[in-house]
Design a protein around this ligand. Structure first.
Ligand code: MN3
Length: 244
């Protein structure tokens, strides 16, 4: 683990050094600073809403620590670096950037797709999980899930299927589609449903970094256990916002 962390720090240091080399004297660079963002980042890494070990035994503390502090932090940093090149983009939310990806300057489009996607996907991911999670949805969401998928169990099965059939890295989603209906989809890499004009309501990260330390190659078991931490009151809130 020490080696991984050291490699990461070296990589991060090298990236920052290169990015600001032309403009700022090397001696003035703070170790973790990004000169372009002095005075406030456009996008902030949101703090985890619970402790690293809060989702144990379903998601282990070490996974949570690396996932949030390293992976999500890197998406946030890269997204900031991209939008900082165009001051007119700084007023847009990450959702707006992703919904309008094709209108963005070509040189940052892929960076925003990958890192803007990574930024919003993980922001949602932390929030729709909770140590008090699990169980089943209630209220209108429960009714609409039953109407759309036949039953909650059918929905879960369809969602897990989307997560397990996604080859390589990506996400499984419950979304509000363009016709206002609920749909289960999966996306590759960090692609966000916003890119297709859809609204994410619930998403599970099926990148290996999300489960490999605990579940190794058994993605199916991770998908099954993950329901124990789903925060249905937060999911309901997102459902109501998406439908409004
Ligand atoms: Mn992830």
């Amino acid at each position: 683990m020490a080696i991984n962390r050291r490699s990461f720090l070296l990589l991060l240091g090298a990236t920052l050094g290169t990015a600001s080399l032309g403009t700022f004297p090397a001696a003035a660079q703070p170790l973790f600073g990004d000169k372009q963002n002095e005075g406030g980042e456009t996008f902030q890494l949101p703090p985890l809403p619970y402790a690293y070990d809060a989702l144990e035994p379903y998601i282990d503390a070490e996974t949570m620590r690396f996932h949030h502090d390293k992976h999500h932090a890197a998406y946030t940093k890269n997204l900031n670096a991209a939008v900082n090149k165009y001051s007119e983009l700084k007023s847009l939310s990450a959702e707006e950037l992703l919904r309008n990806l094709n209108t963005l300057p070509a040189d940052i489009r892929t960076t925003v797709r990958n890192n803007g996607g990574g930024y919003v996907n993980h922001k949602m991911f932390w929030e729709i999980m909770s140590p008090d999670g699990g169980g089943e949805p209630t209220g209108i969401l429960a009714t609409v899930i039953n109407d759309t998928f036949g039953s909650f169990d059918n929905f879960k099965e369809k969602f897990n299927e989307a997560g397990s059939k996604r080859f390589g890295s990506g996400w499984a989603w419950l979304v509000r589609d363009n016709e206002g209906k609920l749909q289960v989809i999966d996306t590759p890499n960090q692609d966000s449903p916003f890119m297709q004009g859809m609204s994410p309501i619930l998403g599970n990260d099926v990148w290996e970094h999300a489960y490999y330390l605990k579940y190794r190659n058994n993605r199916g078991e991770y998908l099954k256990q993950w329901w124990n931490v789903v925060n249905w009151s937060e999911v309901s809130k997102r459902f109501e916002q998406a439908m409004a």
